[in-house]
Design a binder for this molecule. Structure first.
Ligand code: FAD
Ligand code: FES
Length: 364
């Protein structure tokens, strides 16, 4: 018995040492030479010394793809189609890549190491994503943990965005700079600025950096990114459901709608824990007086005893959606907030007859 355990331990030890040796060899000895990365049938092509990740090679060549977790392999946003090269799919990629995507060659750019020539296919619009330099024009505290940050664009001076899209802010981290995604809350027609609504995540790298910014500081970001597509059909009702910093894309969509389609039906459902988390409510109630087709519903999930005066809804926001959203045929919904909220609201909307392709969401 003891001999069996001993030989098992020796075998495990040998495998472990080999794995460590391989890692060291890969890190310090492997020389993959110069590799050619070709994108969209050679419409963009560059040479890159092998060894680094595809994500950082693209960044070095000013090709900015979504990478909300900054290359940690935990967001699944940095998908590219690899037609040639790239090696086999890695276990770190499989949670984010479905069977059909695997067949189509979809990979996570942050997980692929460049060891040979690569042929890629990228969505054409990603080749137009730019790097921006901006100056902090003003900062406003919206709640105890959320700030509104207004950025004036310096270079380029204008951004072309669709409501609901996001940018990736470059923030200094303990192990080097990181990117994090933040939705644009200013409307698309205000092209010379970008407004963000950022919740402070305790110990979080980028949110701490953004909350520490002061007027006049310069920031760098890339963008715009994102798949939200607000329908151009002026009569199509829009349902917006959010919580916390999920207000950012929602604010952009509302302000875009009422500039372009003053009579478009739009419902805002916004979930807060207590009145400490409520912001923009008065602004939206005022807007709803100018545009009677705009309905505003705020709900407190955890009202304090002294909040008896609250004249909004109480309970989780998906319950308000269930109770107050009237039935209608053809509508679009945009959901932004924590994953449990998105899941609960999606279930309510599906029950109310929404088609899944009409429900857009960003979980954060
Ligand atoms: C498409 C998209 C749009 C987004 N838009 C916004 C936005 O408009 N405003 C905004 O404030 N955020 C937004 N986020 C979230 C944002 O990108 C960051 O994830 C968030 O600010 C935390 O980053 P950090 O660097 O501060 O924390 P990290 O340094 O990444 O994390 C530090 C620690 O906090 C935990 N953590 C990370 N995120 C959260 C979280 N949200 N809640 C609780 N714990 C967390 C991590 O597990 C880790 O332990 C968006 C995310 C996505 C994917
Ligand atoms: S950048 Fe997040 S998974 Fe690749």
């Amino acid at each position: 018995m003891l001999t069996g355990v001993f030989s098992l331990a020796v075998t495990a030890g040998i495998f472990l040492s080999l794995a460590v040796l391989l890692l060291v060899a890969e890190r310090y000895l492997a020389d993959y030479g110069s590799c050619v990365v070709s994108i969209n049938e050679g419409s963009v092509e560059f040479e890159q010394p092998g060894g680094g990740t595809l994500l950082s090679a693209l960044y070095d060549h000013k090709i900015f793809i979504p990478s909300a977790c900054g290359g940690k392999g935990s967001c699944g946003y940095c998908k590219v189609v690899v037609l040639r090269g790239g090696g086999p799919l890695l276990p770190t990629e499989t949670p984010y890549i479905g069977r059909a995507e695997t067949k189509a060659g979809v990979r996570l750019a942050c997980q692929i190491k460049i060891k040979e020539d690569l042929e890629l296919r990228l969505r054409e619009e990603l080749l137009n994503v730019r790097e921006f330099k901006a100056r902090v024009a003003s900062i406003r505290e919206l709640t105890h943990d959320i700030k509104e940050v207004n950025l004036e664009l310096l270079e380029p001076e204008e951004i072309k965005q669709r409501p609901g899209q996001y940018v990736q802010i470059l923030a200094p981290g303990p192990d080097g700079p990181v990117f994090r995604a933040y939705s644009i809350s200013s409307p698309a027609h205000e092209a010379d600025r970008v407004q963000l609504i950022v919740r402070l995540v305790p110990g979080g790298i980028a949110s701490t950096y953004i909350h520490g910014l002061r007027e006049g500081d310069q920031v760098v970001f890339t963008g715009p990114f994102g798949e939200f597509r607000l329908s151009e059909q002026s009569e199509k009702p829009v349902i917006l459901v959010g919580g916390g910093a999920g207000m950012a894309p929602i604010s952009n969509i509302i302000r875009t709608i009422y500039r372009r389609w003053p009579r478009r039906p739009c419902y805002l459902f916004f979930g807060c824990r207590t009145t400490r988390d409520v912001f923009y409510r008065d602004d939206f109630l005022e807007l709803s007086e100018q545009h009677p087709s705009f309905r505003v519903v705020y709900a407190l999930s955890d009202p304090l005893a002294e909040e008896q005066q609250w004249d909004g809804e109480t309970g989780f926001i998906h319950l308000s959606v269930d109770k107050l959203l009237p039935p209608a045929a053809d509508r679009q919904a945009f959901l932004c907030g924590p994953p449990p909220m998105i899941e609960a609201v999606t279930e309510v909307l599906m029950k109310k007859g929404f088609r899944s392709e009409d429900i857009f969401y960003d979980k954060f």
